[in-house]
Design a protein around this ligand. Structure first.
Ligand SMILES: Cc1cc2nc3c(=O)[nH]c(=O)nc-3n(C[C@H](O)[C@H](O)[C@H](O)COP(=O)(O)OP(=O)(O)OC[C@H]3O[C@@H](n4cnc5c(N)ncnc54)[C@H](O)[C@@H]3O)c2cc1C
Ligand code: FES
Length: 292
């Protein structure tokens, strides 16, 4: 508990990290069926200037009359002033959130958790692998790396979804593909409709893109987020292609209540996903029981 508290106290010196602050919805974008991106600003001006996070961290969002939910931050800390969260409607709390409008007020506390190791990645290649909603936390990393482009070598983004309809941030990802400072490979489980074909000619699982990546694996850090069932296969394919286990980082989710290492809901073995994660080295996921 002492370790968790120490970590927390270093997270935010701006305000009490345990107390939700009021935020207002300033924009809502429908990204795909049941997926919306919400933009928030703090009611307190000072917080908009000072609040910051690192790619991979999450917040606890208070949805009025429904409860609190942990949500990854999908905006980059390099673009301050607005916090963006992409939320899939799966149950009661996310349903209430999806019914909310611009101008509505919610509570937000955090940021919590560790982050993708952006400092360690400096001076190396970065390979980002996203599946489905896993693109949300990784969008934060993509923009962070691109906004600090001179600090990194080659940058790749691999992104897979079920079909075109499920692709998040479509316009943004199309524009990313046109840039020459990041190489993007997109894939769909099945390429059937005209929309699917216009998006990519690649059909299959995201693992099939890994051999196409033209990087020196020994000089590459990898960030992965997607359905945990895919992690075993992605991990195995990365190792087969020469990537080093110690340089592969995955994001995990668990049911969370407090987000600060107190309630034990997110515990896996001796680790708490909320304070020791949500980003873990591949080694942990393979060697600690029931991680994935
Ligand atoms: C660190 C972290 C980051 C997250 N980031 C995002 C994000 O960026 N966008 C997003 O849409 N969701 C994210 N989630 C998941 C999100 O918190 C849940 O979907 C939400 O709490 C569900 O609340 P609900 O009341 O609508 O649904 P509930 O009624 O609580 O649950 C509906 C269904 O979803 C399952 N479920 C709920 N929470 C989780 C979970 N944490 N992991 C796996 N299954 C779950 C339940 O078992 C149930 O089957 C994140 C979770 C964590 C822990
Ligand atoms: S969510 Fe309470 S200990 Fe992690």
């Amino acid at each position: 508990m002492k370790k968790s508290l120490e970590k927390l106290l270093t997270i935010s010196t701006v305000h009490d990290p345990f107390k939700p602050q009021k935020v207002r919805i300033t924009d809502i974008e429908e990204l795909a069926p049941d997926h919306k991106k919400f933009s928030f600003v703090f009611l307190e001006d000072e917080l908009n200037e000072k609040w910051s996070h690192k790619p991979g961290q999450f917040v606890m969002l208070t949805v009025p009359k429904a409860g609190e939910i942990p949500i990854s931050i999908c905006s980059s800390p390099t673009r301050k002033g607005t916090i963006e969260l992409t939320v899939r409607k799966v149950g009661r709390k996310t349903e209430v959130l999806h019914s909310m409008k611009c101008g509505d007020i919610l509570g937000l506390r955090g940021p919590y958790g560790n982050s993708f190791p952006v400092d360690l990645m400096e001076g190396h290649n970065v390979l980002i692998i996203a599946g489905g909603l896993g693109m949300a936390p990784l969008r934060s990393l993509v923009w962070y790396v691109l906004d600090k482009r001179e600090k990194y070598k080659e940058v790749y983004l691999l992104y897979g979804t079920r079909n075109y309809e499920a692709v998040l941030y479509k316009d943004e990802l199309r524009r990313l593909k046109e840039r020459d400072d990041i190489r993007c490979l997109y894939i769909l489980d099945r390429v059937e409709t005209e929309d699917d074909k216009a998006w990519t000619e690649k059909e299959g699982l995201i693992t099939s893109l890994i051999p196409e990546v033209d990087l020196d694996p020994s000089d590459t850090y990898v960030a992965v987020c997607g359905p945990p069932v895919a992690y075993r296969f992605i991990g195995a394919e990365l190792i087969k292609n020469g990537y080093q286990e110690s340089k592969v980082f995955v994001s995990l989710e668990r049911k969370m209540e407090c987000g600060v290492g107190k309630c034990g809901h997110c515990q896996v073995g001796y680790k708490f996903t909320c304070v020791d994660g949500p980003i873990f080295p591949l080694w942990d996921t393979k060697n600690l029981p029931k991680m994935i």
